[in-house]
Design a protein around this ligand. Sequence first.
Ligand SMILES: NC(=O)c1ccc[n+]([C@@H]2O[C@H](COP(=O)([O-])OP(=O)(O)OC[C@H]3O[C@@H](n4cnc5c(N)ncnc54)[C@H](O)[C@@H]3O)[C@@H](O)[C@H]2O)c1
Length: 348
Amino acid sequence: MWVMVTGGAGYIGSHAVLALREAGFDVVVYDNLSRGFADALASEDFRGVPLVRGDVGDRQLVGETVRRFGVQAVMHFAALAQVAESVAEPVGYFRNNLVQGLDFVETLLDAGINTFIFSSTAAVYGEPQTIPIPEDHPTCPTNPYGMSKLSFEYVLASLARARGLRYATLRYFNVAGADPQGRAGERHDPETHLIPLVLRAASSGKAVDIFGTDYPTPDGTCIRDYIHVTDLVAAHILALRALLTGAVASHLPSGAGYGLKYNLGSQKGYSVREIITAAEKVVGHSIKVREAGRRPGDPAVLVASSERIRQELGWQPRFGLDEILATAWAWEQKRQTVNKGQSEEHGR
Ligand SMILES: NC(=O)c1ccc[n+]([C@@H]2O[C@H](COP(=O)([O-])OP(=O)(O)OC[C@H]3O[C@@H](n4cnc5c(N)ncnc54)[C@H](O)[C@@H]3O)[C@@H](O)[C@H]2O)c1
């Protein structure tokens, strides 16, 4: 069965491609390469995975692609996903994540594809009222990124009722780590995520910023819930199978269509300082830090309750913080070697 992976040239999407192929699916990647990298899919490990370059809002190209490959299900990772950028450029975020998303999902339904997995985010919750955060926690996003994702969740819920869409919304907490076999890893430009920034600081000798040291947490820094990307994409495979077999549909209301909604996190929180200390153990030396002020809109603590997917789909994360840091560090070292090789090549 062919699955289309939008955003498959990005960080999480490229790991999903590997997991889908290991699970026996054929995969076509659809990505406009605005934030992703074609060379992420260039190695032998991705041999036979076609990359179609285009916007998810391009109805004609999406329609042609799903017909050409006989796509039957979609994992939709494509999005703009930087909070600060979304505050500065909200229109671009709503246009990309919501308006293009609307065109995309309608094109799929018109083509008879009604199995859909959506990458949502903990940012839909806003400032938490309870920790850990369950799926029925009130949603009150504090930035256009989270708002664009929550708006698209409403679109999906409406289309389940109106058009028989069967979808899973997966709300990720902090995704980190790299493929344990080194076939894929995190690569954002600019990078805004803590773990790759800490590891880059470790290899460059420069300082990593700690944004806020006066939060009401034991060491004053923000606490977040980190989930290994391999565990995250494993949850996508379980959700896809559940949608395809209708395994969890029996206890859900509404007729032909339905939606599953799951948080994906480890249910454990680590502060920024704890991450830096754990990273120092992995890299074997101390890492310089620079204490900076709080960033607006950063909640003190975000930790998921992911009980629902554990119970309904039997999902169980395999990797803890040590493996997250070890695989991310292996990827960072590989990246450094490639960069060094390229600059030597240019210098010749
Ligand atoms: N990384 C995290 O910690 C995290 C946390 C919560 C949610 N998410 C969500 O997971 C998804 C993947 O995140 P990521 O970290 O892999 O990001 P990423 O930037 O590495 O990948 C996103 C990919 O989508 C592509 N893309 C963006 N807009 C597109 C469009 N209109 N048409 C076609 N392709 C488009 C980009 O080129 C890129 O390859 C996103 O939807 C993001 O909101 C990520």
